[in-house]
Design a protein around this ligand. Sequence first.
Ligand code: ADP
Length: 602
Amino acid sequence: MKKANNSKTAGLGRNDSLIAPVTVAATAVTLCAMAATALWVFRLENRSAARARLRQVDAIGTVLAFSAETMLADEELSPLRSLVCLAARDYDLTSCRVVLPDNQVVADSRLAEINTQRLPAQWESASMDLPGPPGQDEIVHRYTLHVPGRGPARLEITACAPQAAASLWEAEAGVGAISVISLLFLLGTTRRLRARSRLFGALRQCLLAAGHGERSRAVLGIQEELGPEASVWNKLLAELEQRQQARVLEQAGRPADGDGASLADQACGSLADGLIVLDGQSFVRYANPAAAALLRLAGPSPAGRRMSELLDSAPLADAVRDVTSRPPGPATVVEHQDANRGWLRITVRRLAGAAQPAICLFIEDITQQRASEKARCEFISQVAHELRTPLTNIRLSVEVATEDHADPVEAARSMDVISRESSRLARMIDEMLSAAQIETGTLCLNRDAVKVDELLREMEADFAAQAADKGLRFHLELPVKCPQIQADKAKLTLAVHNLVGNALKYTPSGGQVKVVLEVNTGDLQVAVTDSGIGIASEEQARVFDRFYRSADPRVGRLTGTGLGLTLVRDVIRLHGGDIEVRSELDRGSTFLVRLPLPKEAA
Ligand code: ADP
């Protein structure tokens, strides 16, 4: 990976390359100065030690000369010799002796050198031989002694020059070696420090860049050669990047909330169908609000949870595993049903182009579709059942009417039944056709002048007969005068048949059904009232829905399709009117139909 901070570290390197040689040169100069100073001090010390020794030997000589003169005058040779030995020993003298002219040695620190045991009474002041010049490392002091009444003598003192602790070249070599070692150490340390300073400089630059909002790993990465800290830093950056990506995915899982949400987020958030994105381990990375609603999930976004925690479905888990294990291809569809969520169809597909396996779950609520399919099947079986009843009645009546010796009264009644059942059949077929037209949205009216009071009176006999069959009382109440309206007579007949048919069906024997027509200002009102089982208040709004049948077990025991009231409402609305229901459970129901009157009649 390209380290974007290379230029920055290169900049650091340039500064560094100036600092390092200057530091090394300064340190080298300091070291040389220190070495020179050490050598100078070394020389000065040697010189002052030599001077001190000279002064010391001179002082010893002066004191010895004074004592020796006195002792020679008193002819005390033994004390003199002891003094000379002691002085040589105590003051580290090479030799110390008293010599008379003609080289007669009367006292010497080296006893073997003494060649005169007695001091002559008098001697000539002949010249005394001077020994050769002193050696380089020797100090030689001579003092002339005047022995009163006898003659001159000489005190000779020889001492070693003070020895330097080390020779000059040794000192120079030592100081040089120390300096070279120090310089090498300095160079090594500088190199190391330089590498460290490049690392810390690079880290500093990265932190400053991060402080200004830079988050790219490519920019903030450091060359691994700069040290182990660089690889730790790069690992931290990689982790940070991964966390950022995870956070982005998690944020993507939250509902779109306006400003912060991306367009794709908002689009997914507004889908009516559920959308969930899983990673390769079946953890939710994204879920839109519809998915949470369809899966009945409460609380915060499900991002980060396992899919199995959201929906416990073995077929779904198998499908996800299967789709994850193979390359992107055709989707797998599973269905799930439970009491809480209804019917769900889940399409499982692996996303193409994603670096890591990503599984997309597309969730549709097919509860309505399933209910509609079920209702359609039930409708067909109900219709077949309902068609069978009038057909059976017609067949029986035909048999009675066509018997060879049929009673004319019986025959006439049979013909009546045949006629009634045929109309019932025709109505049922009309109803089915109208239901089909409602389904396809093609229900339309054939309008004509219709007198609603006459239409109701024509149906009265039929309703009265049905009511009598079931032990119900039927009552029709019509106004004295009723204006004509432009309407589809067949469809209106169908609607009234459904309303009165329901009233008769859902009213137990002994009850009553009443149909009242009223002419109001502006509209006609038909009220179909029964004293039947009634409709629970929470169901009243739904009885006009397609295929809806009440959950009341008394309704379930009776045949029905759940289409009648839908047809009635559609027919009435096509006429510009409306329908409403007022009902009380176990007390009865009233269905109120209002049909608008033409302006001239209103
Ligand atoms: P169905 O074929 O089931 O009668 P409808 O569409 O005619 O279908 O009625 C829908 C539902 O409304 C019925 O299943 C019943 O539950 C309720 N319903 C309709 N009319 C009455 C009524 N007069 N009394 C009680 N319930 C009724």
